[in-house]
Design a binder for this molecule. Structure first.
Ligand SMILES: Cc1ncc(COP(=O)(O)O)c(C=O)c1O
Length: 399
């Protein structure tokens, strides 16, 4: 359903319908195919399928109908030709690098990326002869200066986590194109409901489906979206060989998540905006990082590039780490967890969790101070969220 004629439909329709193929049972919801392998009518059919002469399911490491439905739906929402689903967001990044890079290649990456992605580049890819230069996300000149003849990928997250810095995707895609390399955008925080990187010139889009695509904190998964050659052949080929595959059960959960993605992202953006404005007026908070605030340095760019500002709000407390921990430990219902993108509000202290593996120098260069707190706003009553935080802020005053 809606596989060949997706361009005729709006985002909301694709989110609910794209990719579904009904079986002969007439089921309304998408079925889950929990099967490791598939059977053939004959030896001839099996041989033709293995040889790629006919399309068909072979083995769920690389072909599963539920996973395929998720891939087709996400590709439709991002406006990409093909999508490959992976076992996690990190597996999506690893598969992209393993499929498209070789020893001697070079990556230019934003330094404001998920800490584990940084470790993947710095520690593991480096062992296989792929070097990475890290640059500040928003300094175009630094990206330009870091380019080498062997640079193959520009890698970034925008908005960045946790500081909500915004990269100009159009400018970076021009730079990548001029240099003959690929622009890879991790679209985890906006999702295609708020930002469509392909329309701005990106070559590949990465997801940690674990976050907003699921939206209810249930499963770990990831995806890469892009053109038929790179994603459909090369990255798919790596997945087939190396096996960091999404399970059909997880694909089904993510499919259900996609169905409510737009509604959730709009609602979370409204909640986050109101919370950011409230925090900005709080005397114990020295700075709020949310691109929906006119005080945010890239507010104008974010307003142009995104259709909403998302659900992540970061803020700095005047009392440093002690104040941040006091606030967090005073909360009654906001969950202390580093995960984000859930309908439940979560809070974390980046310096000692998500960015704890960076050296102090790297962490401070990335703007992660000791007093920084990140909230992933959920769908609870905004008044209740504020009351929970207010309690913590009041306790801070008591020392
Ligand atoms: C922006 C971003 N990309 C990738 C990942 C990795 O995703 P996963 O945890 O699904 O492997 C994360 C995880 O937090 C993330 O925040």
């Amino acid at each position: 359903m809606l596989t060949n004629d997706q361009s005729k439909y709006d985002f909301a329709t694709l989110a609910v319908r794209a990719g579904q193929q009904r079986t002969g049972e007439g089921e309304h919801a998408e079925p889950i195919f929990p099967t490791s392998s598939f059977v053939f009518e004959s030896a001839t059919e099996a041989a033709a399928c293995f040889a790629g002469e006919i399309a068909g399911n072979i083995y769920s490491r690389f072909t599963n109908p539920t996973v395929r439905t998720f891939e087709q739906r996400l590709a439709a929402l991002e406006g990409g030709e093909r999508c490959v689903a992976t076992s996690s967001g990190m597996a999506a990044i690893l598969a992209t690098c393993m499929a498209l890079l070789k020893a001697g290649d070079h990556i230019v990456s934003s330094e404001n990326i998920f800490g584990t992605t940084r470790v993947l580049f710095n520690k593991y890819l480096a062992r296989f002869g792929v070097e990475t230069t890290f640059v500040p996300l928003i300094q175009l000149e630094a990206w330009e200066n870091a380019l080498r003849p062997n640079t193959r990928l520009l890698f970034l997250e925008t908005p960045s986590n946790p500081l909500n810095e915004i990269a100009d995707i159009v400018q970076l895609s021009s730079l990548a194109q001029a240099h003959g390399c690929l622009l890879v955008v991790d679209n985890c925080f906006c999702t295609p409901a708020l930002q469509r990187p392909f329309e701005l010139g990106a070559d590949l889009v990465i997801h940690s489906a674990t976050k907003y695509l699921d939206g209810q904190g249930r499963c770990v998964g990831g995806a890469v979206v892009g053109d038929g050659q790179r994603v459909g052949e090369e990255i798919f080929g790596f997945l087939r060989t190396a096996g960091p595959t999404m399970s059909p059960f997880n694909a089904w959960v993510f499919l259900k998540g996609l169905e409510t993605l737009q509604l959730r992202m709009e609602a979370l953006s409204r909640q986050a905006q109101a919370l950011a404005e409230w925090l900005e007026a709080e005397p114990k908070v020295s700075r709020v990082y949310y691109a929906g605030l006119p005080s945010h340095p890239q507010h104008t760019l974010a307003s142009k590039q995104q259709s909403g500002f998302g659900g992540l709000v970061a803020f700095e407390l005047k009392g440093g780490k002690a104040a941040a921990w006091k606030l967090i430990d005073s909360l009654k219902f906001i969950s202390i967890t580093a995960n984000l993108g859930d309908v439940k509000t979560t809070i974390t202290h980046p310096a000692t969790t998500t960015h704890g593996r960076l050296t102090e120098e790297e962490r401070l260069a990335a703007g992660i101070s000791d007093g920084l707190v990140r909230i992933s706003v959920g769908l609870e009553s905004l008044e209740d969220i504020k009351k929970d935080l207010q309690r913590g802020l009041d306790r801070m005053a008591q020392g």
